[in-house]
Design a protein around this ligand. Structure first.
Ligand code: ZN
Length: 67
């Protein structure tokens, strides 16, 4: 059954990787409110909101909800 998949197997994994990376970057740009940095910094990250401030203009440019 898997051999009838239209993409060659390596291309399918590349596609999965690219889509996964795109979703991860979308999360970082559009949704993260300090959770990622809190893995290293603890609760301070939610107050500093470093990644949000870093991508703030990108959120406004792409009309994503921000503040
Ligand atoms: Zn904003």
């Amino acid at each position: 059954m898997i051999d009838s998949y239209p993409l060659p197997r390596t291309d399918a994994w590349k596609l999965i990787g690219v889509v996964g990376l795109a979703l991860a970057l979308l999360y970082v740009m559009a949704i993260d409110q300090g959770l990622l940095m809190s893995l290293a910094q603890g609760n301070v990250a939610f107050d500093q909101n470093f990644i949000h401030e870093l991508v703030h203009d990108s959120r406004h440019l792409t009309a994503l909800p921000c503040h």
